[in-house]
Design a protein around this ligand. Structure first.
Ligand code: ADP
Ligand code: MG
Length: 245
């Protein structure tokens, strides 16, 4: 494969905190993610999922703690120095650039040669199954197709880590199920390491190798879907997972 993701052993959050004024949006979040894992960050609206993801990406400075990629401290680096791939709920595509230009944008900004950009964009297009759509503008695509473009754009820069913030929330129920499977397939084919934010228990249970349950900025439980299902550590985890009737 032409797209070869940067390799590493683990990403480690060490007591990461983020305050907004008097609000402690994240409190001492510690977490180790190993290469190749698909991690779901799960919790109700306002629990700090996006804040966690944005702190990892570098879009938001932490107010305490540190983030490590193996032996390298990354929370002090700018987002482009970290080089993580981001996928957002609203796709965040450039409306005036076609599919090929949207996907290649990051490589172009990094000054890569045109031949390399073309080769990698072609491979990304194949991976997300958008062959034949490359000259269209985002406005000419369905929501699912736009999210495929956003995923291609995130992975074409060969990031060590792929970060997705509720990527399927804007899609209708049928498409959500279809794209769920697609996201897991792409993760597997690339051998990616993915952190996937969702408030949807089903999504987390069906997609993730491990689920991190957040509540009020605190990690409540970390475990494989089966573990969470069988032995929720807290009453409110059981409650949120819908296991208590
Ligand atoms: P989630 O993604 O789980 O819905 P967020 O991480 O967006 O939650 O937000 C966590 C908490 O931090 C919420 O109480 C939210 O209102 C607050 N928050 C998030 N971003 C900001 C901001 N830029 N300024 C002030 N408060 C914020
Ligand atoms: Mg959010």
């Amino acid at each position: 494969m032409t797209i070869a993701l940067s390799q590493f052993d683990e990403v480690r959050l060490d007591r990461v905190s983020r305050d907004f004024g008097a609000l402690n949006a994240l409190r001492d979040v510690s977490l180790t993610i190993r290469r190749g894992e698909f991690i779901a960050l799960l919790g109700p609206s306002g629990c700090g999922k996006s804040t966690t993801l944005n702190c990892i990406a570098g879009l938001l400075p932490v107010t305490g703690g540190a983030i490590w990629l193996d032996k390298n401290r990354v929370d002090t680096l700018r987002p482009e120095e970290r080089g993580f791939g981001m996928v957002f709920q609203n796709y965040a595509l450039f409306p005036h650039l076609n599919v090929r230009q949207n996907i290649g944008f990051g490589l172009k900004m990094r000054g890569r040669p045109k031949a390399e950009i073309d080769r990698k964009v072609d491979e990304a297009l194949n991976l997300v199954r958008l062959q034949g759509q490359e000259n269209k503008l985002p406005g000419q695509l369905s929501g699912g197709q736009q999210q495929r473009v956003a995923i291609a754009r995130a992975i074409v820069i060969e990031p060590p880590l792929v970060l997705m913030d509720e990527p399927l929330s804007n899609l209708d129920a049928k498409l959500r199920i279809e794209m769920r499977a697609e996201i897991r397939r792409i993760h597997n084919e690339l051998g990616a390491t993915t952190i996937y934010v969702t408030h949807d228990q089903d999504e987390a249970l069906s997609l993730a190798d491990r689920i991190v349950v957040l509540r009020d900025g605190v990690v409540r439980q970390v475990g494989a879907p089966k573990e969470l299902y069988e032995t929720p550590a807290h009453f409110d985890v059981a409650d949120f997972m819908g296991f208590r009737n």
